[in-house]
Write a protein that binds this ligand. Sequence first.
Ligand code: MN
Length: 288
Amino acid sequence: MNILKKIRYSYTANQKHWVGDGFHVYGLLRPTADLNKFISPFVMLDYASPKEFSSTNLRRGVGEHPHRGIETVTLAYQGEVEHRDSSGGGGIIKSGDVQWMTAGSGLVHDEFHTVEFSKKGGIFEMVQLWINLPKKNKMTKPKYQEISNKDIPNISLGKNTELRVIAGVYEGQKGPSSTFTEINLYDIISKENKKISLKFRNGTNTLLLIMSGELEIENEIFKDKNILIFEREGNEVAFKVSNDFKGLILNGEPIEEPIVAHGPFVMNTKEEIYQAFSDYQNGKMGSL
Ligand code: MN
């Protein structure tokens, strides 16, 4: 039997803020005590909505900084990002590509617009998502997955509507990303007014980011830069999208463990956060 999931929270940010000088973002998801239960395993989501950058010879972005206890996932929609990390990972992601970085026990990295994009200038649009790691995997070895657009299954949901399986599975089609816990990550682009229904396992957490266009659910309209957070109960999310819609769907098995998040570290206890700062300051997370 299908039971529709209801919306628990909808949230939009009124203002963008800068992350370094390259990412002008709406901070749409943060690990607050109220939210954790309904967003876990997801911790944070920043949406850099489309923004024009002028041509420059400067490097725009975020310099060297550490992470521990999470995975950071960057989805490029427009523009290009270059990344280097202390575990030897690195590369360039372009429109449609995804960078899936497992910080695990800790690394330092930087994130910049590519030299080529900076010189040309143009529209830049990205999503950065932080995914929590369960206690048993928090100190896993850092790892980097560079996922190319061509390796992401692109499934037609009917005329002019496409769903990409970035992680997890959609009707038997598997996404390329390897994850530590059960996660489904899809994006949907529709150039048609369309009814969409997605099935998820009862008890899992489900979130929906509207990047552009509109979405209607239970006679309520939600606009872009909104994130919807659903109840755990239910196994179906059903909605209508406008003919200029772009959205990201996040679904995952909740990690039922305490969270202490501070800056770039997400651990289970305060002591582990102090340890992370100390390890970073003592160079144990490496350098670039
Ligand atoms: Mn980072």
